[in-house]
Structures are given as structure tokens and as C-alpha cells.
Design a protein around this ligand. Structure first.
Ligand code: GDP
Length: 196
């Protein structure tokens, strides 16, 4: 099991020109606002205040780049509450993620979905985008500690049926650590995969 003791926030980017060099390996992480994305980043990295930066005023609409270890990065996408706002905001969001998608170093997308809500329309939009890019997607059904065991099992089965092979899925709780080894395994595998 690996954690990233040297994980650090690199910087925020508002445009492709500000992205780091397109080398090494990168994973994007996305989710509806409040889905538990920051908590997931902190758990996966084992660094409990790391994602606080992404919540700073002015940074919530930017892509926030974290370095997990040299050449391995996690890119925190703006919560899609933002993308569902004004059409101009939607365009900004689409431009940013299209620029990210064009990078050869992008290996996969982690989608954080609140277990109490399940997959919603905004999630489907993002999934469609990732599919168009043939990008691997792994869905974290977050806050699974809020569900009874049987409910959680049902949610996972329903989500897998909805995803229909387009993405893998798992239960996850930043609070209890359920699913942590599993998501770290996915992150490690993606970041270690050879470039395309
Ligand atoms: P973000 O907006 O997607 O980055 O979400 P946050 O990580 O800030 O979490 C949003 C809210 O959900 C906060 O009140 C967290 O304490 C709560 N939360 C996050 N992860 C969990 C979890 O695993 N279990 C429970 N019960 N609450 C969680």
C-alpha cells in the first residue's frame, strides 16, 4: 500500500498555458460540489490537509495540480456545481477540461459521487466526455459510511449496472477508510502505466 509522503500542492491553472509540462503521468479527479472530493484527495494521499488549497476562495473554479511524487500528478477539477451555472461558466469549464484531455500524460479520471445521491445527470455528462477520449474512469461512491451495509451493496450493483462497463466503481468512505486500499491500487496502477 503506497501513500505519498511528499505530496504537495503545485499550483492552480485558469488556462492551458499555465499547465505543467505534459510529461510523467496525471490523474484527474472530479465530482459535484460537496461530493467528498477534497476528503478523498486527503485520504488517498494520506495527507490530511492537502486538498484545503482547492477550497481557497478564487481557486474553486481553477484546475488545482498536486504532485504526488516526482512526475506523478493529481489534477483536481472544479466541482461541477460551477459547470451547471451560467453558460459562460460552462464554456470556461469545458475549455479547461478539453485542454487537460489533450495531454498525453492523462491516465484516468476518478469521479467522486455521493453515495446518498448516486449517479446524476452531471456525472453522465462527464462520463460521456471521458468515453469520447477513451479515458479510463473509476467511480468512488463516497461517504458510504452513511449507508447500511445492504444499501451500500445495492447502490454498488445499481451503479455498476448504470455504468455498464464504461467505468469501474467502488464504495468509499474517507471517514472510515472503507475502499481506501482499492482506490489507492487504481491510482498506483494508472500512474505506473506506460504512456500512450
Ligand atoms: P468536496 O466539496 O467535494 O471537496 O467535499 P468535501 O470533501 O469538502 O466534503 C463535503 C462534506 O462531506 C464535508 O462536510 C465532509 O465532512 C463530508 N464528508 C466527506 N467525506 C465523507 C465521508 O467519507 N463520510 C461522511 N459521513 N462525510 C464525509
Amino acid at each position: 500500500m503506497s501513500v505519498y509522503p511528499s505530496a504537495q500542492f503545485l499550483f492552480s491553472a485558469a488556462a492551458a498555458a499555465q499547465f505543467p509540462a505534459d510529461s510523467g503521468a496525471e490523474i484527474a479527479i472530479a465530482g459535484r460540489s460537496n461530493a467528498g472530493k477534497s476528503s478523498a484527495i486527503n485520504s488517498i494521499t494520506g495527507r490530511h490537509a492537502l486538498a484545503r488549497t482547492s477550497k481557497m476562495p478564487g481557486r474553486t473554479r481553477l484546475l488545482n495540480f498536486f504532485e504526488l511524487s516526482p512526475g506523478k500528478r493529481l489534477v483536481d477539477l472544479p466541482g461541477y456545481g460551477f459547470a451547471e451555472g451560467r453558460p459562460a461558466d460552462r464554456d470556461d469549464w469545458a475549455r479547461l477540461i478539453d485542454a487537460l484531455a489533450a495531454r498525453a500524460c492523462l491516465r484516468g479520471l476518478l469521479m467522486v459521487v455521493d453515495s446518498r445521491r448516486g449517479l446524476l445527470a452531471g456525472d453522465e455528462t462527464l462520463l460521456g466526455w471521458a468515453q469520447g477520449l477513451e479515458l479510463a474512469v473509476h467511480v468512488l461512491l463516497s461517504k458510504s459510511d452513511q449507508l447500511k451495509r445492504a444499501e451500500a451493496r445495492t447502490l454498488l450493483a445499481q451503479s455498476e449496472a448504470m455504468l455498464a462497463g464504461r467505468a469501474s466503481a467502488q464504495l468509499f468512505s474517507a471517514r472510515t477508510g472503507v475502499g481506501l486500499d482499492e482506490v489507492r491500487g487504481t491510482v498506483d496502477a494508472w500512474l505506473s502505466a506506460p504512456g500512450s
